[in-house]
Design a protein around this ligand. Sequence first.
Ligand code: SAM
Length: 247
Amino acid sequence: MGKFAHDEIVPFRESGLTKKEQVADMFNNIAFKYDFLNRFLSVGIDIWWRKKAISELKSLQPKVVLDVATGTADVAILTYKMLNPEKIIGIDISDGMLEIGRKKLKEKNLDQYITLQNGDSASLPFEDNTFNAITVAFGVRNFQLLEKGLSEMLRVLKPGGKLVVLEFSKPTAPVFSQFYHLYMNIITPTIGKLFSKNRDAYQYLNDSVQAFPEGQSFLKIMNGAGFTQTYLKKLSFGICTIYCGSK
Ligand code: SAM
């Protein structure tokens, strides 16, 4: 049994693989359509959410940044454009996503500033006190070991460094939340199936958002892992939340 309800939420319930293995397989399978579906399903708002999250690092002006669960490197690329750090490293457990990310970096001539490597949030392949800032967008919900991921990120942050997490949450305003549930339960899995031939992946998106310990519960988990000055900001009526914490 996992510690949190969302630990038990996996893409393919019948599979004998661990959550980590199933999540990596799932993202390998949808990698080629991931960017397109993100823009399409969020009507482009996902870019604005990512920018809002990265803005939380503006005053820190970080030189070395780690993007955990970097996927196809969208956050790493935007961070480079917005904050112009010397170096960004992106890590992810899905080679399929990383491959698409590397192609984008090459096309944009950013591969000398941003490097992508395979790595698990539960055992980050870096020395203590390495990064000025860490970003994770739509990643923590997928971690098999949430607390381990957070304590690893704290370990590799330099003292004074800052973590920014962007994650889906559930809006609460009455009419809006009904529309949101319809969208996440019916429209998203259907469109996901149509374009990526993978309904399970978009059903998992919905199930994992439902089970995730969001809001104050997540801040408590961050505090428990040892982060200080934690705070959250809700975006778009609570469809997404930014969580920040310092070392
Ligand atoms: N951050 C990217 C973005 O904003 O588009 C990608 C988000 S995507 C929804 C989630 C990513 O988390 C996937 O690429 C998946 O492979 C990765 N992931 C899941 N568990 C992970 C873990 N334990 N360590 C590293 N990456 C992980």
